[in-house]
Design a protein around this ligand. Structure first.
Ligand SMILES: [Mg+2]
Length: 230
């Protein structure tokens, strides 16, 4: 069995800043943080890591209750910002997901820095949640390598239950839009497809040495044959 692990933001879909807006509004309303110091980088990072950094910058103690408060506020606002900001699926995504679902030898999951409930909101909003059976998320991990381990473990648990098979890193492909996606694929010995639909250019992605660097996900047949190569 092959495994395909998809990043969400700027790989499958673009929220036109809905996630960032929900973050900013939550920090302002719940923690009196009016402006985020400098340019907080969101791309390729986990929600847990971003929140930890912002709280530290403002001298707020990062306790379990603080995190839970952030999560509640963020999810409530994300539901609204997803409706206001008019994002959408990226080119080629829906045909690719449909083609993968037709194959009985590929299992599809998520590998994202989003918290699981936030990931679900985004995937549901754009109508693609039903394509994914498992995932690794940014609720607990501050580094993407930890999320990759979680995603591979979830793939393994899924395959054992449904197919009595294990998930093999060498037959697993991570698809993402940042150098961090490529690095986390390598950290679990998986293959990597990098797609230039986010902030990273094709040449920046190529520098991270993925197995394939693509402008977008429209070349369905070559992506499928790469994912299913032995
Ligand atoms: Mg991304």
């Amino acid at each position: 069995m092959f495994v395909a692990l998809f990043d969400i933001d700027s790989t499958l879909l673009r929220t036109q800043g809905a996630g960032r807006a929900a973050f900013v509004e939550t920090f302002r309303a719940e923690f009196d943080i009016e402006r985020l110091h400098g340019e907080i980088s969101f791309a390729g990072r986990s929600d847990r890591a971003i929140v930890r950094e912002v709280l530290a910058q403002h001298g707020i103690e990062d306790r379990p209750g603080t995190w839970q408060r952030f999560v509640r506020g963020y999810l409530r606002r994300l539901e609204r910002t997803l409706v206001i900001r008019r994002g959408g699926l990226l080119p080629g995504v829906l045909p690719l997901l449909r083609a993968i679902r037709e194959r009985s030898d590929i299992a599809m999951g998520i590998l994202t820095g989003n918290i699981a409930a936030g990931a679900r909101l985004k995937l549901e909003h754009y109508g693609i949640d039903s394509f994914f059976d498992f995932g690794g998320y940014g609720d607990h991990h501050t580094d993407r390598g930890g999320i990759a381990v979680e995603a591979l473990g979830a793939a393994d648990a899924f395959l054992r239950t449904t197919h009595r098979r294990s998930a093999k890193p060498a037959l697993t492909t991570v698809i993402g839009d940042t150098p961090q996606d490529v690095q986390c694929a390598r950290s679990i010995a998986a293959r990597a497809i990098a797609v230039a639909t986010g902030n990273s250019s094709l040449s920046e992605l190529t520098a991270a040495a993925p197995d394939r660097a693509l402008p977008d996900l429209t070349d369905r047949d070559s992506i499928l044959s790469f994912i299913t190569a032995d």
